[in-house]
Structure formats: C-alpha cells, structure tokens
Design a protein around this ligand. Structure first.
Ligand code: ME8
Length: 513
C-alpha cells in the first residue's frame, strides 16, 4: 500500500502482570489511531509487544517457580490474546527477549560507548523494582517513591549514561518541537523537570542477570528501560538504518503511553537517540489513568478488570467506544459499570443503532429492499448532507491531536442532526402521501449513515463493518476517500437489516443504569 508512512506504537507491557483494562486502554486508543490513519490513506506500521527483562519480571518468574524465559513465553501470550480479543490491528508484536532485539540493543550500546556517552562508575541510591526506576533522595515521600512504590538502597558498579550533559540540548529540542510532548500539561511537567537539572543515569545492573548482557562486560545487564525503549527501533530493523523498513518508518510518528511513563519517553529516550546520532520520535502522547468504581486499581483491592470479562458482558465495540468517548483523552477518569451501560444505551443503542435500524427498516419495507431513487434535494436535505460531508476534516483534526472524544462528539452531532431530520420529514407519513419524496428522504438518510459508518470504523470496527454490509457498500469503498467518491447507488439491493447495537438491559443485581 502506498501513502505517507505513519509509525505508531503502544508501550510494551511488563509480563509480570496479566492484561487489565489499563493495558487495553492504551492499546485500543493506539488501534483507533492506526485504523484512522490507514483509512485516511497512510501507510501504517503499528507496533505493540511485551517488555520481558529486568528485576521485576525475574522476581515474578521466581515467585511462579519457573525460569524467566518460560514465564515470559507464557505471559507474553496473554498480551497477544488481549490484542486479538480487542480486535487490535497491529502489524508486529515485539518481545524484548527476541534475538533481533538483543542485537539492536547491543549495537546501540556500542554506538553510545564509541561516542563517549557511557562511563563506568559506582551507583549508590534508591531503586524501585515496581517502577524499574531510580529515585533521588529528594524525590522520596515518606521513604517511598513518589508513585508510592517501595524503594531499596542499591550500591554497585554500574555503567552511566551522561544524561546531565543533555539538559540544554533537550530543552532546545522541546523548544524546536512544541508538539513533541502532549498534552500540554505533561509538556510543562517535563520542561520543569528537565530545567531542574539532570543527573547521569545508571544504565546497567550487576545484582541480577535477567537482561541483555552489556557487550564486552557480561557481568552487567542493561537497565531495563534502555532495553525497552529501543524496542521501537528494533521493530523497524535497527541497526539496519539503511534498510527499507527503518528508512521508511523511523522516526516514529507517535508513541502512545500512560502518564506514568512519560519521563522515560520524553527525557531518556530522545537523549539516548540524540547521543547515538539517531533521529528522535515526532510525538509522545500520555493518557490519563482510570480508577475503577472510584477506587485506584490495586492488588490489595483485587479490582484489576480483565478485558475479557468486560467484552463478554458488554460487547467488544461497546467497550472500545466507551474507553475512547467517556474521557477527554489525556485526563484521568473513573470506570464505572453504570457509566458503561449509560453510554451503550444512550449513544450506541438509542443513537447510531436506532437511527440505522429505523432508516434501513423503512427502506426494506417501503423501497423494495434497495437503495431508493432520489429526486430534487430540498434545503433540509442539503443541510444534512453537508453536515455529514463536513465530518472528515473535523474528525481528522481531532484525531491528529488524539482528541478521540471530540472526534466522536462531532460524529454523534450528525447522528443527532439525522434524528431530528427523520422526525421533521416523517417519512412514514410520506409513505402514504408522497412516495417519491419519501424515497429522497430515505436516500439522504442512508447516505448520511454511510458517512457515519465509514467514520466510526476506527473505534468500532466490527459494528461499522456490519453497518456497511447492510448498506451494501463495496469492500473497496469503505475508506475515507470513498466518502467523497462512493455514493450509494439507487437500485442496489440491500440485505435485511439487523440491529447492530442492542440495548443493555440491567439485571436486577443492584448494578445501576
Ligand atoms: O510501563 N489506567 O509497562 P506496564 C490507564 N513496560 N492506564 C493504565 C493504568 C490505569 N489504571 N494502569 C496501567 C510499562 N496503565 C513498561 C513500558 S515502553 C518502552 C515500556 C497503562 O505493563 C500505563 O499507563 O506497566 C502504561 O501505559 C501501560 O498501562 C503500562 O504498562
């Protein structure tokens, strides 16, 4: 496929945990963006995967009583399964224990050595295994990491990366690339962190062995974040920087991450890359965190919801839609079953589902189950069609800023316009009084629904596909280019319509709606 390249990544997930809704969130948002860009004609490479090295994973393997590789093989599969379950369209799935990645990290290390960016020293400081991060004494709060994680004192011979020397160049980089860190609030947070001064970063460990061996000094393994971040390059062929894949897709267009890992992606990562003389990614977007029914997700509360449970209960596309519509992307928010049911019923069942069902049933009954003929258009017809046609540029602007909620809001605005139009035009009355006009009204509505169905594909791909099938939209006329060129053809036979978004009926178990 042609088109301007677009490289998008999710974080690679630690294999110490089973997938939960937090992982599903980052992945679904990335998938919606990847699908959007593909439909918009871009040549997309979409990467996800698992982060398998480091002390945290080693400890989890030990606790599970298996060797780390066996443990990683098992848990990594759970993340692949999550991608499948959530209908994720990734083009590759990287595991950091793969040979291609070991090689990529060792080459990057050697490049940094060659350029004098790494030195051997002694580390003495605080380390949090849960966060896989070092903390300065001044950052600790009541003896813990600012994230609340336990810290331990580490004193060992380590290799260091000269991060302190990159402060000014990082600030100049942020200045020259105002869209690199999004949303704005995160950008300000990072700017003040970097302005506060940077310490050199310990990038190897000797007290455990589950990691990529440091070239020429194998008693050291690389710091898991240096290893992990480099996955984004490995997947496009690094160190083969002349190769087709790397030269097409690097630098990445966007790394999608959660707010907890923004520092690694916007401070360490561009510093490593600049230090190795490699191009830096174009943008990092940090989304917010979900609480569950008002509570922080935690092991002690046992409230990590497995995505499979949600999908089984509410349906896949309902969950995908909820995750992207409920919160302004970037903000924190609460995941409650009450809110999910509300969204399903008001936006999906009563919104797009009801509109499509009403219109397609009327066509089925009154127009011989075929796309109706259209007569001269009235001002009301033109207004609705113009609103539908104006959507793509509006939604494109919102998705380019990862404002998924606003993109969806714009589409649902046209769904509301179409509902009003049906009520005003009352095609059921026209069926008795003016059949040609009824046909025109139903044609205008079907064409509006075609626009909506094409545009909601990135967020609810399975349901949108069913809707496009019901409109008999040809398979090669479902991308965004088809919005302008692929009008419905009067006379085309349409299948019997079926409901796409059923209402969610709450059982009387105390679960609110
Ligand atoms: O950080 N709400 O992996 P990870 C929303 N391996 N998102 C949440 C969340 C919540 N309650 N809880 C977690 C890592 N997440 C590293 C990444 S990338 C080179 C290495 C999100 O398995 C979180 O914000 O801890 C992050 O984006 C992802 O899940 C982290 O997963």
């Amino acid at each position: 496929m042609g088109g301007k390249p677009y490289y998008i990544t999710t974080p690679i997930y630690y294999v110490n945990d089973s997938p939960h809704i937090g992982h599903a969130y980052t992945t679904v948002a990335s998938d919606a963006l990847a699908r959007f860009m593909r439909l918009d004609g871009r040549r997309v490479f979409f990467l996800t995967g698992t982060d398998e090295h480091g002390q945290k994973v080693e400890k989890s393997a030990l606790a599970a009583g298996v060797d780390p590789q066996t443990f990683c093989d098992r848990v990594s599969q759970n993340f692949r399964d999550m991608s499948k379950l959530m209908n994720i369209s990734n083009d590759d799935f990287i595991r950091t224990t793969e040979e291609r990645h070991t090689k990529a990290c060792q080459v990057l290390w050697e490049e940094l050595i060659k350029r004098g960016e790494i030195y051997l020293g002694t580390f003495a400081g605080w380390y949090s295994v849960r966060d896989e991060a070092f903390y300065a004494e001044s950052e600790l709060v009541d003896g813990k990491a600012p994230t609340g994680a336990e810290v331990e004192w580490v004193e060992e011979e380590n290799y260091f990366f000269r991060l302190s020397a990159w402060q000014d160049r990082l600030l100049a980089f942020y200045d020259a690339n105002p869209d690199f860190i999004a949303p704005k609030s995160r950008r300000n947070e990072i700017l003040s962190f970097v302005k506060g001064g940077l310490n050199d970063l310990s990038i190897s460990r000797t007290s455990f062995s589950w990691g990529i061996p440091v070239p020429n000094d194998p008693k050291h393994v690389m710091y898991v974040w240096l290893d992990a971040l480099n996955n984004y390059q490995t997947a496009v062929g690094y160190p083969d920087t002349e190769g087709e894949k790397y030269s097409t897709f690097w630098p990445a267009d966007i790394h999608m991450v959660g707010k907890d890992i923004i520092r690694f992606h916007t401070v360490y990562w561009p510093a490593f890359l600049m230090a190795a003389g490699l191009p830096t990614p174009r943008r990092v977007f940090a989304h917010g965190w979900w609480t569950i029914e008002g509570e922080k997700m935690s092991k002690s509360l046992g409230n990590f919801i497995p995505p499979g449970e949600l999908v089984a209960q509410y349906g896949l596309d309902a969950i995908r839609y909820f995750l992207l519509r409920e919160l302004p992307f970037g903000n924190d928010g609460d995941f409650s079953r009450r809110a999910v049911v509300h969204r399903i019923n008001s936006d999906l069942a009563n919104g797009v589902g009801n509109l499509a069902q009403r219109v397609l049933s009327m066509i089925n009954k009154n127009c011989d189950a075929a796309v109706p003929q259209t007569g001269a258009l009235t001002a009301a017809d033109e207004t609705l069609l113009a609103a539908a046609r104006s959507l793509l540029p509006r939604v494109r602007v919102e998705f380019a800023e990862q404002a998924f909620h606003r993109g969806l809001e714009a589409i649902w605005g046209v769904i509301a316009d179409a509902d009003r139009y049906v009520d005003e035009q009352a095609p059921w009355t026209l069926a008795k009084t003016d059949v040609p006009r009824m046909r025109t009204v139903l044609y205008v509505l079907a064409e509006t629904i075609r626009h909506i169905a094409i545009l909601i594909q990135p967020v609810v791909p399975g349901s949108a596909e069913k809707l496009l099938d019901q409109l008999a939209a040809p398979a090669d006329q479902r991308d965004f280019a088809a919005l302008a060129t692929g009008k419905l053809v009067p006379g085309t036979a349409l299948p019997k319509p079926e409901g796409i978004f059923p209402r969610y009926v709450v059982e009387k178990t105390g679960e609110g709606a």
